[in-house]
Design a protein around this ligand. Sequence first.
Ligand SMILES: Cc1cc2nc3c(=O)[nH]c(=O)nc-3n(C[C@H](O)[C@H](O)[C@H](O)COP(=O)(O)O)c2cc1C
Length: 464
Amino acid sequence: MSPNQPATVAPKRQMHLMLFPMFTGAHVAGWRHPGADPGRMHDVAFHTQVVQTAEKAKFDAVFYSDAQGFRTVVGRDVHSRNDVSRMDPLVLLSALSMVTSRIGLIATLSTSYNEPYAAARRLASLDHISHGRAGWNVVTSTTRNEARNFGREAHYGHAERYARAEEFVDVARGLWDSWDDDAFLVDKADGRFFDPDKLHGLAHQGKFFSVSGPLTTARSPQGHPVIVQAGASDAGQDLAARCADVVFMSNPDMASSQDFYAAFKTKVAGFGRDPADCKLLPSIQPIVAETEARAHEIVAELAALIHPDVAISMLELALGGAVDLHGLDPDGPLPEILETESSKSTRAKVLAMAEGRSIIELARKIAAVRTSSGLVGTPEQVADHLQTWFENGAADGFVITAPFLPGSLDAFVDGVVPILQQRGLFRTDYAGETLRDHLGLARPASRYEAQPELHVEPEIWQPD
Ligand SMILES: Cc1cc2nc3c(=O)[nH]c(=O)nc-3n(C[C@H](O)[C@H](O)[C@H](O)COP(=O)(O)O)c2cc1C
């Protein structure tokens, strides 16, 4: 470099923000708040309004959660639950892709109650439809209610569902490479629609799946849709460290997030990956208002709106469905809880909080913890909090769960985002087109580009 040339200044690291709308809002009583509009939860115009708000604020992505069965265990609280009806995230996001142009669109899809071929194809289709904005939140499902909708009496065991998930994701990734990027010639003059030499079979024979391939959908704009994972157990973390581009964290405080962040990045490196290629985003539920006092008032308003049946059912769910607490004296202590295969990490956290609390006290505490991150304050205070976590090894960005919609999202977007932008901590405009662009992630090359010897002749040419 010549002495007159200015030294290149490394661009400032910026955080990633994703919106987790949970349909009517994430707080279990949020739908009862005056700032919510729950009557419109099945109206695509409502979701359009929410996602366009996030896109205007330059969020990286919106993420829709899912369960193919009630997430409540006993169901006595069902009258007050706002998560009993959802729309299929892939279908909803396909619609939302048509009224947005830049924001990433992440759909949850369970590896326990889907087949990898159909899943890979639907996700690749969303990536085509959205011009490269699709993401997949890989979940293994947590309740037996889902199992019962798919011909099983019980949910898969924890180890088995993660083994299945790992094979599921491998098969999906293999299928996404079925077609080389330049396989489609569409040569009208020559009459050649595609080049058969650029098409690959899969011939996968594993413990859980047998998939011949190829995928009947061309390689998508991102090559592979962005993979998101939120497993907290060792098995969940291993899956995420091996294959996830984004990890949703749910650690309760900065110290535990820092520990998780450091250990997890090391784990990612252990799989031969660059730790920077896996973005760690704690999920937070900020309650923002013009004054601190008003923000705390909103917290109290929300807590007062939680129905007691809901609190006890949330506790049962957190304990993995091991016990029916509704028949017990709510002012008595928690009985001894047997270990189940469901959500091991969550269960351990709950048992640690049971000490010295009655069932209803513990239930209210769990409901409060599960429905508020404790991040309550003015836009300035919330921005300070995010900055501190981001600059101290606790986060690459955040999943913003809105307690109620659209009110709490508007408060965050109008109040906090401009402050983060003024501080240079968040983009003021999108620099790229795809979700991978927003996340600073490279488009994965096809496995056959680096290793042509992996090619498998498609079986489709053989007569039946
Ligand atoms: C932000 C966030 C979103 C999640 N979304 C879903 C979801 O939509 N569906 C689901 O079945 N599980 C969801 N989970 C649960 C995780 O996939 C995972 O099962 C849970 O964190 C427990 O970890 P473990 O399975 O490793 O024990 C979510 C978790 C987090 C932190």
